[in-house]
Design a binder for this molecule. Structure first.
Ligand SMILES: Cc1cc2nc3c(=O)[nH]c(=O)nc-3n(C[C@H](O)[C@H](O)[C@H](O)COP(=O)(O)OP(=O)(O)OC[C@H]3O[C@@H](n4cnc5c(N)ncnc54)[C@H](O)[C@@H]3O)c2cc1C
Length: 502
């Protein structure tokens, strides 16, 4: 299945891009580097998409902290070209917080058993031995996989609560394969053995510490994308904000134009980063019924950030902590001072981001800002992290479609969409929600960069995450190795066990 997107021989391409997140702006950046122009239409009033930076009374915060880390030379080069010295190096500390104690993440044997206390550790060991004696067969789900290897108690403390908070589905409905991918190289047996071999452990920890560094824009990820916008505009591209694409006008053979706020934007080539579900619903005329039905195959997890401004500094050393306590709904807490001190206008204060994972329309999503702020204060007190009387201000941000869900129908949906794209080859889907792929910025950017190369005559199959075509442009090439390397560093995503529907 291969589309031909090439603009060769058809004069200067008129390129329209839907969305000014990392993917849309990377496409514009590549286009402008080639001396061409494009129009970018962005629904929101700010650029950056999920990687934007929100600002409230001089406090800056991300939608979840965004580490800049990539194995791709092309992406790395672009980040440095755009921000230069404003891309700073930060060290990473992120621990698990459970029952008022911090646990190293990834789990470290001595700390884990020590922190759990003698009684709880003994229970964990006993439940591990029980699981070893009578493992659950067959092993189909995440829960079964983890319980067989760690025992019920360790499963409940370190795996169950956080996973269910993030994904909103029971661990008994998630495929076992995800556990195998995620929990590589860690087992309860190894934890216990390592406990008695501290010398070897400390050497391994030293190596891990080295890896725990990442880059970060001095004023948050939005700084990267605002600067990128400035650059592409200076090179002649138009970035229109508050310009949601409502309609995609097509006919068999091609997309003709997109419509936004009553304006028609015609083009020879289109790159879309809008959620694939909405893209299908915007097609005008409606696509065949089976294609339109595919819109229902895609589901999303949504997200709320409650930023709390707190009097005091150095509340904890982590960039973020994972909250495993089942008694609170907050899943992760960011400390934005530790991402970059420049994000906070007053060094005697701290900006925390309490992250709640939810579904659009559920109780959390529909709660008022006041209720959410009251909840955040209550939970932070319950966790014993912060005295709520030191919270001086707060801001709530709701984020739709933060995570594409890998349910039991999305692959069918992708297949349908790919078949339909053959009918309109001048439309390419790229990016996270654009392709319904749970990826980091670098992967989203790379798909966009390759889409531009396709317009210039290359033949990359963006869905296969490989680069099967030899394509060289001004001496730079994106090799298959580069693409494979970033594919290996993307987050692994839980897939729902077939047949179980919410
Ligand atoms: C909590 C969280 C933490 C993350 N942490 C990291 C991290 O540490 N490191 C990392 O690299 N990545 C991280 N990511 C992933 C990163 O945010 C995404 O990979 C990246 O933002 C995807 O870029 P995109 O352009 O494909 O999509 P988006 O960022 O979703 O951008 C799409 C854009 O399209 C616009 N749009 C949508 N519909 C329309 C329409 N109809 N018309 C016009 N415009 C439209 C949207 O408003 C948006 O601006 C994280 C994501 C989340 C949610």
């Amino acid at each position: 299945m291969h589309q031909n997107h090439s603009a060769k021989g058809s004069g200067s391409p008129e390129i329209v891009i839907i969305g000014a997140g990392p993917a849309g702006l990377s496409a514009a950046y590549e286009i402008s580097k080639l001396g061409l122009t494009c129009t970018v239409l962005e629904k929101s009033s700010v650029v950056g998409g999920l990687a934007r930076t929100e600002e409230y009374k001089g406090y800056r915060f991300d939608i979840g902290g965004h580490r800049f880390f990539t194995k791709s030379k092309s992406v790395d080069r672009m980040w440095h070209e755009i921000l230069g010295p404003d891309l700073i190096r930060r060290s990473r500390l992120s621990r698990i917080y459970y029952k008022s104690r911090f646990f190293a993440y990834p789990l470290d044997p001595v700390g884990t058993l020590w922190n759990l206390g003698f009684l709880e550790s003994a229970r964990c060991v006993l439940s591990y031995l029980a699981a070893k004696a009578s493992p659950i067969k067959p092993e189909l789900t995440f829960e079964q996989w983890v319980r067989n290897r760690f025992g019920r108690r360790l499963f409940e403390v370190f795996f169950k609560t956080y996973t269910e908070k993030v994904w909103g589905m029971p661990c008994g409905e998630i495929q076992a394969e995800w556990a195998a991918q995620r929990i590589q190289g860690l087992s309860a047996g190894a934890l216990i053995r390592e406990f008695f071999r501290p010398a070897r452990r400390s050497k391994q920890n030293a190596i891990k510490t080295l890896i725990h560094e990442f880059e970060y824009p001095r004023l948050g990820p939005g700084m990267m994308w605002m600067k990128c916008q400035e650059i592409v505009e200076a090179r002649g591209c138009a970035v229109r904000r508050n310009a949601p694409v409502e309609r995609i006008e097509w006919q068999p053979g091609k997309v003709l134009a997109v419509h936004s706020g009553g304006e028609r934007h015609a083009g020879s080539h289109f790159i879309s980063t809008m959620p694939v579900r909405e893209m299908l619903l915007s097609l005008d005329p409606k696509p065949p019924a089976d294609v339109l039905r595919a819109a229902g195959d895609f589901e999303y997890r949504d997200f709320i950030l409650v930023a709390l401004i707190v009097r005091g500094r150095d509340l904890f050393a982590d960039n973020w902590i994972y909250v495993h306590d089942p008694g609170v709904k907050v899943g992760r807490i960011q400390n934005f001072n530790n991402w970059s001190p420049d994000m906070v206008p007053d060094a005697e204060t701290t900006c925390l981001g309490l992250e709640y994972f939810c579904f659009e329309g559920d109780g959390l999503w529909c709660a008022s800002d006041e209720e959410l702020i009251a909840r955040a204060k209550r939970e932070i007190k319950q966790l014993g992290l912060v005295d709520p009387s030191t919270v001086t201000d707060a801001k709530v941000v709701r984020v739709e479609k933060a995570y594409p869900i890998y349910n039991d129908t999305y692959k069918r949906g992708i297949q349908k969409v790919r078949e339909f794209l053959e009918v309109i080859p001048n439309l390419q889907l790229v990016g996270r929600n654009g392709m319904h792929r749970y990826n980091n910025q670098d992967h989203s950017m790379m798909t966009a960069m390759l889409a531009v190369r396709n317009i210039m005559g290359a033949n990359y199959d963006l869905w296969q995450v490989n680069a099967d075509a030899e394509y060289h442009e001004t001496g730079e090439s994106v090799g298959e190795d580069e693409f494979r390397a970033i594919a290996r560093t993307q987050p692994v995503v839980p897939e729902q066990v077939t047949g179980i529907r919410r």
